[in-house]
Write a protein that binds this ligand. Structure first.
Ligand SMILES: Nc1nc2c(c(=O)[nH]1)N[C@@H](CN(C=O)c1ccc(C(=O)N[C@@H](CCC(=O)O)C(=O)O)cc1)CN2
Length: 297
């Protein structure tokens, strides 16, 4: 039995970060200021707090300015919108990211829509989404772009490949499908109502799993030799009493003998999410300064 390769997302993310750091140094030298990223965290969700801390540390490590805005879970819609308006107008801020999910009483879409599209480093505003749908250059959501980079590094040209994206979220599934379509794949979006999910997945040369259900996709569903990107980050009970561990949406133990390559969880797509956020911040800084997009990123 041959086993597929595990794609090292951490190592690839480190390469992206090195290139961003070079670009940041060049930008800072030419503009006399550092690119700046503002991250807004609402509430006390422990996972969100960890991700925001990682973003802060990475922003500083790569030579950029980091502005963190922590607000209580009971913040009103108006107060949050005011904060976004302030950041839209702040000349030190090139990129704005509102950490998701927001507490239930807040209208996530309204908050995202208020972000200046030139500062939309999450690629979630209607302008960014529209540009992606039209195949125009723009800011693209971090996890899907990171996943595409891993696929292109692994497979080269993706033209003509059958790709199945499992999941249709605004953050991952929909932009991922659009990116694969722009890369000339034949794309199917599968979701919770898809009939014969196993059969649909079995047609795919590329599977992107983004449904948020722990280890749901089994090895037998995967076409032998397919490349699998596992976007899931699901916390499940560990063997040790009271502890948890993270698993993806794919049952890696059964999939590894079917795939040509697969991203592990952790250490696959996750690190790429933060690396691409850094890239997008550098891109946004170039855009605002009227400079062409940095090369090689
Ligand atoms: N506004 C946004 N909110 C959220 C996004 C996003 O892109 N924009 N994505 C996720 C969370 N996220 C970044 O925000 C993120 C998730 C996971 C990782 C990561 O590196 N994961 C590690 C495992 C980490 C762990 O042990 O918990 C891995 O997979 O190796 C980074 C960023 C939802 N919200």
């Amino acid at each position: 039995m041959t086993l597929g390769k595990e794609i090292d997302g951490k190592a690839f993310a480190a390469k992206v970060q090195d290139k961003v750091a070079e670009g940041v140094a060049a930008f800072t030298a030419s503009q006399g200021r550092k690119p700046g990223l503002a991250v807004v965290l609402v509430g006390e969700d422990p996972a969100s707090a960890v991700y925001v801390r990682s973003k802060h540390k990475m922003t500083l490590k790569l030579g950029m300015e980091s502005f963190e805005f922590k607000r209580p879970a009971n913040i009103s819609q108006e107060e949050l919108m005011e904060l976004v308006e302030e950041l839209n107008g702040d000349p030190r801020v090139d990129g704005i990211l509102v950490q998701l999910p927001l507490p239930k009483h807040l209208d996530e879409q309204a908050v995202v829509e208020l972000i200046n599209p030139d500062k939309d480093v999450d690629g979630l505003t209607p302008i960014s989404t529209g540009r992606l749908a039209l195949g125009l250059p723009g800011l693209v959501p971090c996890t899907p772009l990171g996943s595409l980079m891993l696929l292109q590094d692994e497979l080269g040209d993706l033209s003509g490949k059958n790709a199945v994206v499992v999941g249709r979220s605004i953050l991952v599934g929909k932009p991922m499908a659009q990116l694969l379509l722009n890369a000339n794949c034949t794309v199917t979006i599968a979701h919770s109502r898809t009939q014969d999910l196993a059969g649909v997945i079995h047609q795919a040369d590329i599977v992107v799993a983004a449904i948020g259900r722990p280890e749901m996709i089994k090895g037998a569903w995967i076409k032998p030799g397919a490349t699998v990107i596992d976007v899931g980050i699901n916390r499940v009970p560990a063997e040790e009493e009271g502890k948890t561990r993270i698993v993806g949406d794919v049952d890696t133990a059964s999939a590894i003998s079917h795939v040509a390559a697969i991203t592990p969880v952790p250490g696959g797509v996750g690190p790429m999410t933060i690396a691409v956020l850094m890239r997008n911040t550098l891109f946004a800084a170039h855009l605002r300064a009227g400079l062409p997009a940095p090369l090689g990123l």
